[in-house]
Design a protein around this ligand. Structure first.
Ligand code: G3P
Ligand code: MG
Length: 241
């Protein structure tokens, strides 16, 4: 199997359909025929790779539990209940689900603190190898934290890397060059036709997040954006034909 960039990736699984970044979300995406999903990987206090987006558990908790994710051990995180009764999965658990369906994944390495960038990348790679997911056709990395991408380039150079860009990011250009990025993964609302042209002319693939409006996706696609992170990936897949 060779790598084929999908048009649609299920953002945090399928976050408008199931609780984001949970087993339920990834199983739903796979069962719906969505081949590619995106997830956020972060470290617990004791260095376990878990799948979670925020630095704190506040927004996602059902019973008003609060606090930083990285101040709880993996065992403590197991007793946290998210919305709809879901649990915070480990990266290993999610990869096991994806393996069951032969799914593909963009692992966004999301260090809970900048100084954990390289350690987070190393742990993610260890889990990926342990679950036999180290297949460049089924996996690529991305991060807003460019040190994390530098680390993946050092330890897993054959796995593609995407530089994530948001409004507070520094200049992505030197980072993209240094990590030999495969793609630039840009905030859709910040993209302009000029930027799109520059990125494509630079030889990078271009992905946009988060796009839930089919008309916006069609417009961006016509301008050169190749792939979209979508909260309802099945809807977008149908809409884009
Ligand atoms: O990787 C695309 C997207 O997930 C980046 O933003 O904040 O949803 O992780 P965020
Ligand atoms: Mg993400």
């Amino acid at each position: 199997m060779s790598f084929v960039l999908p048009t649609v990736l299920g953002h945090r699984g399928a976050r408008s359909v199931k609780t984001e970044n949970t087993i339920e979300a990834f199983a739903y995406a796979c069962q719906s025929g969505v081949r590619w999903v995106e997830l956020d990987a972060m470290l617990s206090k004791d260095g376990e790779a878990v799948v979670f987006h925020d630095e704190t558990i506040d927004r996602m908790c059902e019973n008003r539990e609060t606090g930083r994710l990285d101040e709880r051990t993996a065992e403590q995180l197991r007793s946290v209940t998210l919305k709809n009764g879901a649990k915070i999965p480990t990266l290993a658990q999610v990869l096991d689900v994806l393996n069951r369906y032969n799914g593909c994944v963009n692992i966004e390495i999301k260090p809970s603190r900048p100084e954990l960038a390289r350690e987070t990348a190393r742990k993610v790679w260890q889990v990926v190898r342990d679950r036999r997911f180290d297949d460049p056709a089924r996996l690529f990395f991305s991060s807003f934290t460019w040190d994390a991408l530098k680390e993946t380039k050092a330890i897993a150079p054959h796995i593609r890397r995407g530089v994530l860009v948001e409004d507070v990011s520094g200049d992505w250009r030197p980072a993209a060059k240094e990590v030999e990025a495969y793609s630039i993964n840009y905030d859709a609302d910040l993209l302009t036709p000029e930027l799109i042209r520059e990125i494509k002319d630079g030889g990078y693939h271009l992905l946009a997040y988060t796009v839930n409006d089919a008309e916006q996706a069609k417009k961006l696609r016509a301008q050169g954006v190749e792939a979209f992170f979508c909260d309802d990936p099945l809807f977008m897949t149908k809409a884009l034909g």
